[in-house]
Write a protein that binds this ligand. Structure first.
Ligand SMILES: Cc1ncc(COP(=O)(O)O)c(C=O)c1O
Length: 386
């Protein structure tokens, strides 16, 4: 029998990283070695205490059962405490915090609870590809808000047509930004909240990289007055504690929005493995110097890589936060896909073409510094003079 995909699924572009994975497995099959700077999956071990907590928790029968949809109270309490300390924002752990199976899970499920067919969802371009899929699954029209270098990779809200604003249900924003590495100043966040309040738009603020900064500390949208009325913020332990495979994060914000997401989730999943929740709780409560050390390591890699990229001719780079380097293509090269192919075929380096993050990402390529400095050095040597 021929299986026919739903129109919904047919509309989805191939998931960028699944495509890159395919290329990698083809190289592996042929026995070809390569350096992978494509995916934001850190090479650094999660904190030892986290693993120990997870092991101990997994042995307890209660933790082997279905978890509560709302997440363990002890995890929500740990999130509340961490959030207060980090952003000086108080959250009600019973109504304003919802643990997630990774932030992607919540980001993608949110529109199912809010968007009707034909509504608009605004996605940043370039931006994390998950937002687009989420909007399409919910039957939304998509408006790509350009993140341009001349605007410090912040969207120009005035450029969003009024007809679109009036029909928009959700705007996704993400700072520290993947892939551009830009940060959002508090003045911009104030404007966004005003904009969303004026047009009745829900702001899905993706703060997955909140701890991966080098100079200015990123903000929470919930620091902004009135944000709780319109915004829901997403956090992740994936990047902060190098726990990508554990699948744990959380949403927080106004109780109505958090409650909406909970209602969707209750009908989709049955909670997060309790041992993973205990691991997350331990990470947040016993952070120690882990995140500080992580930032130091990433800064060392970034400084080394950016400096050496410049020496080989790639001078236009952005690396203000996260573990990415967003790099303008060398002069004369127009297509990021062509350049990525050239890097794979000629240099055996895998990087992510900017256009994969949306049309306004064309002209750039993203390097993920998720390998040690000695491998970065090899990559620089391989790149040679471009
Ligand atoms: C901007 C952004 N948001 C969300 C995620 C999803 O993270 P997770 O689902 O692992 O929490 C990623 C992962 O790369 C990301 O880059």
């Amino acid at each position: 029998m021929k299986i026919e995909w739903s129109h919904r699924l047919q509309q989805l572009p191939p998931y960028l990283f699944a495509e890159i994975d395919k290329q990698k497995s083809e190289l592996r099959k042929k026995g070809i070695k390569f350096i992978d700077l494509s995916i934001g999956d850190p090479d650094i071990l999660a904190p030892e205490k986290v693993i120990e907590a997870m092991y101990a928790s997994a042995k307890v029968k209660e933790n082997q059962k279905y978890a509560l949809d709302q997440g363990k109270a002890v995890l929500r309490a740990a999130i509340k405490k961490w959030f207060k300390k980090r952003f000086d924002v108080s959250l009600d752990e019973n109504k304003e915090i919802l643990p997630l199976i990774g932030s992607k899970e919540g980001l993608v499920h949110l529109p199912l609870g809010l968007v009707n067919k034909g509504d608009y969802v605004i996605v940043p371009s370039p931006g994390y590809p998950g937002y687009r899929g989420a909007a399409l699954f919910a039957g939304a029209n998509i408006f790509e808000a350009a993140l341009l270098e001349e605007n410090n990779f912040l969207p120009d809200l005035d450029k969003i047509p009024v007809e679109v604003r009036n029909k928009t249900k959700i705007i996704y924003l993400n700072y520290p930004n993947n892939p551009t590495t830009a940060l959002a100043p508090i003045s911009f966040l104030n404007n966004v909240v005003k904009f969303c309040s004026k047009y009745g738009i829900i702001l899905a603020y993706d703060n997955a990289y909140s701890e991966l900064y080098f100079n200015d500390k990123p903000h929470s949208i919930l620091e902004v007055k009135g944000a709780r009325e319109v915004a829901i913020e997403f956090h992740s332990l994936s990047k902060t504690f190098c726990m990508t495979g554990f699948r744990v994060g959380w949403a927080c914000g106004g109780s109505e929005l958090v409650g909406t997401l909970l209602k969707v989730k209750t009908n989709v999943d049955s909670g997060i493995f309790c041992a993973v929740q205990d691991a997350a709780r331990t990470a947040l409560e016993k952070e120690g110097t882990y995140v500080r050390d992580l930032r130091k390591e990433l800064k060392g890699r970034r400084d080394f890589f950016v400096e050496n990229l410049a020496k080989i001719g790639l001078k236009n780079t952005f690396s203000e936060s996260t573990f990415y380097v967003w790099t303008k293509l060398p002069r004369g090269i127009k297509s990021s896909i062509d350049f990525a192919k050239y890097l794979i075929n000629e240099k055996r380096i895998i990087a992510t073409p900017g256009v994969g993050f949306g049309k306004y990402g064309e002209g750039y390529i993203r390097f993920a510094l998720t390998v040690k400095k000695d491998i970065l050095k090899k990559a620089i040597d391989l790149l040679g003079a471009i």
